[in-house]
Design a protein around this ligand. Sequence first.
Ligand SMILES: Nc1nc2c(ncn2[C@@H]2O[C@H](COP(=O)(O)OP(=O)(O)OP(=O)(O)O)[C@@H](O)[C@H]2O)c(=O)[nH]1
Ligand SMILES: [Mg+2]
Length: 347
Amino acid sequence: MKSRSFIDTVILHTYAGNGGNGSASFRREKFVPRGGPDGGDGGHGGSVILRADKDVTSLIHIFFSPHQRAEHAGPGLGKQQHGRNGKDCIVKVPCGTEVRDIETKELLVDIVEHGSEFVAASGGKGGLGNVHWKSSTNQAPQEHTEGKRGENADFRLILKLIADIGLVGFPNAGKSSLLRKLSDAHPKVASYPFTTLNPIVGTMKFEDFTSLTVADIPGLIKGAHEGVGLGHAFLRHIERAFALTFVIDMAGVDGRDPWVDFANLREELTLHDQSLAERPFIVVANKMDLEAARENISRFKEETGTQPLEISAETGEGLPPLRRAIYDLGTPLRKPAAPWTPELPSR
Ligand SMILES: Nc1nc2c(ncn2[C@@H]2O[C@H](COP(=O)(O)OP(=O)(O)OP(=O)(O)O)[C@@H](O)[C@H]2O)c(=O)[nH]1
Ligand SMILES: [Mg+2]
């Protein structure tokens, strides 16, 4: 899905550097007659390496520079000098980037951890210089080998954000308002549908210094699997989520019935990926500050057989129990915060 600054699928063409040729040189020095072979090996070509970086959040830089080249190596030189190695080309990618075959779309590697690397195209090996052929029977070898060509390879990169919990709901349900209240993220909130055009991840911090990441994705609507609204493409950003939180506009501000919304959301998830519909989830009844919501809630419970947590992302009502429920849901995932050293009291 593309928008101004967020791109999550790109094609990448990589070209590694060629290895340098081996040299066929002979030692030439005053007072050293028949100095013998002294041709050094060629350098190794640079590789194109993808490296996960937590500070990179989109693939937009690759969208604008889809051809990434590493440096060719230098040839071997006389006096057994090794040729210069070609510089690697490091392409930073966001954590959570899938590297797929461009034709078959087969998953080659999933780059998840910050700092992890994938060699997309290996640089060519350097050729051997003529010193390698030196022997008692071959004292003036001309043999040497050429450097190997660097690999060229094309890939399809797909970013799937890394978040522990995914927020799912219709447009205008209040997902972004909720993320603002729960986490350190500040997604835009407005009273029109499709305010959120890019997925946003916020970090929820708890009193015991653990944290969970929560992803807010653009609203889903019925028929999204056929491309209606912003379609299904954004659901890939909650594919890695361990659990989901359904955010339901209980007041039906946009004229829909909340229980129908819930059924449609579940159906859209199933149509995208059955396993998404099977994840643990919490149902949140939002906009409970409005009278219509209080009228709808009992019918919602009856129709869906769920016990939603009643909140208002606007007034903050019901948020502490929701934080607790998310805390419990994420128990297997909560990470301790970065080590903290208390400041010593000054005398
Ligand atoms: N009364 C009331 N209004 C709310 C509540 N939560 C959100 N809203 C309003 O609902 C509208 C939509 O809120 P958003 O948070 O942008 O909704 P969203 O689900 O992120 O919408 P999209 O990004 O378009 O999918 C805004 O005008 C909010 O002020 C609530 O609890 N009560
Ligand atoms: Mg939003």
